[in-house]
Write a protein that binds this ligand. Structure first.
Ligand SMILES: [Zn+2]
Ligand SMILES: [Zn+2]
Length: 327
């Protein structure tokens, strides 16, 4: 009895082994490599404010988009040869939850810039636990499509249907003027066309608002005019319990170059001299006061402070923590 059972057991085991070795699923398939990252968000506390960086996408800044002295630009080319990622940039928007209002500062590119590389902001916002319908206000630093494209779909629908959008009057007047657009150089025309298409549904709904001075829009937030990059380029500085955060728009595109050489401008700066002067004036204060900076094109989570280093500055990034503490 025992022997028979044992023989039967051995036969079954051998059969199982044979089917394991020689069967149709001989070896478990190798795990495929995945290339996608999780939609990104990163939260931190600034006083009583909850600030959430919302990842929109990444790109590479072309060295020919920078204007500097020959010596500086030769140095950039050499450094780029040694580190091809030196001019990598991100695009990021930011949510500020004041406890009373949910405010989006810049909206990413949507489908209006970057040939599909951007446009993840709405997904990042959902991952962060919010919905586009919950956004009360959108403050835009300027009307380049990598900062406002996320507001509107290609078929002209508002992505944030309940939000009032605020932009500097000088900015709105410039990009939405058919006369200025008609006179603009050919390669600048798409910027005008997209700004107008992105703004249109908000204007139609009575949700497009402009400011021209220091009128209060949000408690505890100050407008910081940062002219040069565009005519009405504006930063938004929030303060809470002695802590400050400045959303600086396009003060810096290529941080590895422009922080060491704040005089280097980008071809997208409409007034090159004013853009350089604004940056040279702003950076010392931010370094001195340790102001937290939210810079859309800085490496994600695009939050950090400046430290004086030689004749320029270095970027001190906020590093990941899952602790809900003050910065
Ligand atoms: Zn810009
Ligand atoms: Zn930009």
């Amino acid at each position: 009895m025992l022997k028979r059972n044992s023989t039967r057991f051995t036969a079954a085991l051998v059969a199982a082994l044979i089917s394991f070795i020689a069967g149709p699923n001989a070896a478990p398939p190798a795990a495929a490599q995945h290339r996608e990252q999780a939609p990104g968000f990163y939260r931190l506390k600034v006083g009583d404010l909850e600030v959430t960086a919302l990842f929109d996408g990444t790109g590479v800044f072309d060295p020919h988009w920078l204007n500097g002295t020959k010596a500086t630009m030769d140095g950039v080319q050499k450094a780029l040869h040694e580190d091809p990622h030196m001019l990598d940039v991100a695009d990021t928007g930011f949510l500020v939850n004041t406890g009373k209002q949910l405010i989006l500062v810049d909206a990413g590119a949507g489908t209006w810039w970057g040939g599909g590389a951007f446009g993840r902001l709405a997904g990042s916002l959902r991952s962060a636990g919010y919905t586009p319908e919950e956004v009360d206000l959108v403050l835009v630093t300027h009307l380049h499509s990598d900062h406002v494209g996320g507001l509107t779909t290609q078929d002209g629908k508002r992505v944030f249907p309940n939000a009032d959008v605020y932009v500097a009057k000088a900015e709105s007047d410039f990009w939405l003027s058919p006369e200025i657009a008609a006179k603009a150089p050919k390669d600048a025309q798409p910027f005008f066309r997209s700004a107008q298409a992105i703004a249109a549904p908000y204007i139609k709904a009575g949700k497009w608002h402009t400011f021209s001075g220091s009128e209060p829009i949000v408690d505890g937030m100050q407008l910081v005019p940062l002219p040069g990059h565009t005519p009405g380029h504006t930063g938004y500085e929030f303060s809470s319990k002695g802590q400050k955060i400045l959303f600086w728009g396009d003060i810096v595109h290529a941080q590895r170059v422009q922080l060491q050489h704040p005089e280097v401008t980008a071809i997208f700066d409409i007034d090159q001299n004013a853009a350089a002067a604004t940056r040279l004036q702003l950076l010392p204060r931010l370094a001195r006061e340790h102001v937290l900076i939210a810079g859309p094109h800085m490496p994600f989570p695009a939050l950090g402070t400046l430290r004086k280093e030689g004749s320029g500055y270095s970027w001190v990034p906020v590093v990941f923590t899952d602790q809900w503490v003050d910065k």
